[in-house]
Design a protein around this ligand. Sequence first.
Ligand code: ZN
Length: 201
Amino acid sequence: MPTFSHTPPQRGTDFALTLVRVPAGPGRKGIITSTNLVGCYTHWWGGRTQPCEDANCSACKEGMPRRWHAYLAAWTPSPAFHYLLELTRNSIESLLEYHAAQGTLRGCWYEARRAGPARNSRLRLTCRPADLNGLALPREPNTIACLAIIWSLPSTAIVIADAKSNPQEMEIDNAAAFAGALGVARVVVRDVDREALAIRC
Ligand SMILES: [Zn+2]
């Protein structure tokens, strides 16, 4: 059952960060708070960006083109703004190199600009270690959970499986398809309330 209440939550208490793209002109810069990026194919479908769901994807069946985007969380200290950044496949080479060299993107300063005046002009990104003197980076958000909320996917129980995955976590039958849609290796769903969890794939 959902939890009903007569009073709304305070602003800013939703789990999802705002999803932002890099505008033309001034571009965007900040400090990355994610340890790594996560990416998936998306469609412009039904008037909004939605993740491609591979084998069961309605947009694919309609012949809609899909594009791969990378997502990561970044932060600017003043004014304080923690957000989810969408990047194109062609713009992330320097981030891939940085991650290979440093083992993390967290604490990486980036600057991204459009090569032309259009909002979809080619994106260019440079990065280097940030000067974190006197700065307290916000805690790393769960990028996939944020995307799941933004895209109205089942979110509360999604985690990325990794080598340290919690043995209490339970794999589900269609997790592979869901993982494919999110562009991660594996997704597991927690058996939170000992109830069967439905997952849309
Ligand atoms: Zn698709």
